[in-house]
Each structure stands twice: as C-alpha cells, then as structure tokens.
Design a protein around this ligand. Structure first.
Ligand code: NAD
Length: 347
C-alpha cells in the first residue's frame, strides 16, 4: 500500500465521555507507518492531551469538523459517531469503534446504506492473535479497578487490617461475582488495598485464576451442566443452575462489606445474581457496585448510573461507563488496540 491513509479523530460527543480514540503517543506510531492523522481541536482534552501535543506528535489539528469528516479514509472513534457525522463520510470510508452492533442494530443500517465499512471493536475475536486489539478487555480492566476504588469511596470502613495503638481494625470483606477480565482486576485491586476477597464464577477456569490472586473461590454444584462455550465464554445457565448460584451468593453476601458484580453472557441480558431479598439481608453500610448495568444489571435493585441506598442501608451504584472515568489510561489502552487493528488492516 503506497498511498497515505487519512485517519481522522474527532472529539467524542457522548455525555460524560472523556476518552479519545488515539492519544498522541500512538499518532506518532501511525505516522511512522505512512498514515496521516487529522485530529479535531480539543479531541484529547479529557485525557489532558492538548492540541499542541497532537501537533508535536505529527498530527494536523483542525476545528473544521466537516472537512475532517470528508477527508477521512478511516474514522477512529471510541463511541459510534452521530448519524449526521457518518452521513458526511465518503463512500468506502472505514469506521472503527465501539459501534454497539448487537445492542442497537438499527443504528448500523445507515452506514451500510452509505457504503461505509464498519468495524465494531466489541466483536473482535478473543483469540491469542487478536489480544492486542481486544478493546473490551482493555476497558474491562479499567472498570474492574475503578469499581473497587468507588466502593472504597462509598464504604464507611477502610479496606486493610490495621493494628494501631487505638485498637485493631478488621479488613473489609469483598465479594466479586463474575471473575472474567473485570472481575479479576477487581479482585487484584481489592487484594492490594488489603481486603479479604472471595469470588464466584460459573467457569471452572476462573477458579484457578481467582486462587492465583490470593482470593477464595466459591464453588457451587451446578449439577454437572456445561457452563462454558467453545470460545471460553460463559453460557446462559438454566434457571435451576442460576438459582443455585444465587442461593450461595445470598448466604455469602450477609457477611460482605463490598460486592462487585461483573457477570455477563455475550449477546444476552446480564444474569440476575442478587434479588431484592439478598440485598435486603446484607449489613447496613455495605456497598454494591454493579458493573453489568449496561446489559440489565446483576442486582435487581440497581439502577443504571444511579447511586441508591436501600431501606436497610446498603448503597448500590451501577455505573454505565466506568472506563470513561479513567480517561488517560483507558484512552492509552484503546489507542494501542486501535493501532494494532489499523496496522493489520493495511497489510
Ligand atoms: P464477560 O464480560 O462476558 O463475563 C464476565 C464473567 O461473568 C465471565 O467470567 C463469566 O464466566 C461470568 N459469568 C457469566 N454468567 C455468570 C453467572 N451466572 N454466574 C457467575 N458468573 C457468570 O467475560 P470477559 O471478562 O470478557 O471474558 C471471559 C473469558 O474470556 C475469560 O475466560 C477470559 O480469560 C477470556 N478472554 C480471553 C481472551 C483471549 O484469549 N484473547 C481475551 C479476553 C478474555
């Protein structure tokens, strides 16, 4: 490929979105591989990258939104750009980002109609070869970490055990439900802060990973059913198996100070891990962070993007876009994923 590919990065427009699709460090890397990068003025503001940082990295920075769109061979975005932006792209242009093809398929149709090529980062295969392009894992890593910090902020206790002249403070008990990428990061973060951590997952492989982080893995007899698909993801369980998991969780939850839930099944609503009763039996002052809010939540009493306190004094927070609250590193990891993908596209 000899002609220079024109890549455009716009300011993200979703409310609360502070990430950018490409940070200056990766602009440099793309330019080194014969790509021209055009950045909308202010695009990096949420990550504390200035227009000058982009210029220094070799990008051309402009405020001419329409021109940026018209010039693009490739539009790199975190979230799916608004329809009126997509309509400005030339035929044959490529759009890459979290496009929500399964959640909002109708919004993808205009792209097809306009002759655009769209790559949804959430559909990247979870193979070894595609690991460097796995943006879902990148964002889940950030979200799992931040979920524990938020829980710590909402919790009226501290995490570590302390032995002081004023007495001994017992460590916080943290229960993590779903030990995939986000769950494992939540476990590691809670351990680093000194909590005693337990975790539950339906996949047997998760058990080994949980134990290797120094946490206790809760085992449930699910009657020997297959819990994993060929790709290593959890399957949707039978109502009976789900109930067995919920019964064990309800029992453990009574002693927990913090619960972080991350359970998900690709393309399906999130499994219900805690019903009202399980939450209402928890200790006063305990905290739940439900990371499955965008697919319906793991906790019946959680409300998307709201902090709620139940009648028995349990605080529940179900953030929708936690990765955006750590914009610097979320954007850095996302940029690496984008760059790896783009370099593959050019081969
Ligand atoms: P995910 O977000 O789809 O689900 C999160 C976790 O919830 C998973 O561990 C799942 O087993 C669990 N879960 C689902 N239903 C449950 C239920 N009813 N009760 C308890 N737990 C439940 O998953 P993810 O974090 O994106 O990744 C899951 C798997 O994919 C992991 O094994 C991970 O190692 C693997 N993975 C592999 C690669 C790779 O090889 N490149 C990359 C990323 C992830």
């Amino acid at each position: 490929c000899t002609s220079r590919m024109q890549v455009t990065i716009l300011r993200e427009t979703l409310p609360g979105e502070a990430r950018v699709a490409l940070v200056p460090e990766f602009v440099k890397k793309l330019i080194a591989s014969k790509v021209e990068v055009h950045v909308e003025s202010g695009a990096g503001a949420g990550t504390f990258a200035s227009d000058a940082d982009y210029t220094a990295a070799g990008a051309s920075v402009s405020s001419d939104h329409q021109r940026l769109l018209e010039a693009a061979d490739v539009l790199l975005a975190v979230n799916r750009p608004p329809a009126h932006d997509l309509a400005q792209l030339k035929k044959g242009a490529v759009v890459v980002g979290f496009l929500k093809p399964l959640d909002e398929p109708a919004a993808m149709e205009p792209m097809v109609g306009a002759g655009l090529t769209a790559f949804a980062m959430e559909l990247m295969p979870r193979t070894t070869r595609a690991q460097a392009m796995d943006a879902l894992s990148s964002m889940a890593t950030i979200a799992g970490y931040k979920a524990v910090l938020l829980a710590g902020e909402l919790l009226p206790r501290i995490f570590p055990m302390l032995i002081t002249a004023a007495g001994t403070v017992a460590p916080a008990k943290v229960l993590v439900l779903g030990a995939g990428v986000a769950g494992l990061q939540a476990i590691a973060t809670a351990k680093r802060l000194g909590a005693v951590v337990e975790a539950y997952d339906v996949r047997a492989a998760a058990g080994e990973q949980v134990k290797s982080l120094g946490a206790t893995f809760l085992e449930v007899d699910l009657g020997g059913i297959a819990t994993e698909d060929a790709g290593g993801y959890a399957r949707e369980l039978t109502p009976e198996a789900l109930k067995r998991g919920r019964d064990l969780i309800a029992k453990q939850a009574r002693n927990a100070d913090v619960i972080v839930t991350t359970a998900a099944v690709p393309g399906k609503p999130a499994p219900l891990m805690m019903d009202d009763q399980a939450v209402l039996a928890m200790k006063r002052g305990s905290v739940i962070v439900d990371l499955a809010a965008s697919t319906g939540g793991n906790v019946s009493l959680s409300r998307p993007d709201e902090v709620a306190t139940t009648a028995n004094g349990v605080t529940i927070f179900a953030p929708l876009n936690l990765a955006a609250t750590v914009p610097y590193h979320a954007s850095q990891l996302f940029s690496r994923n984008m760059t790896s993908f783009l370099q593959l596209l050019r081969k």
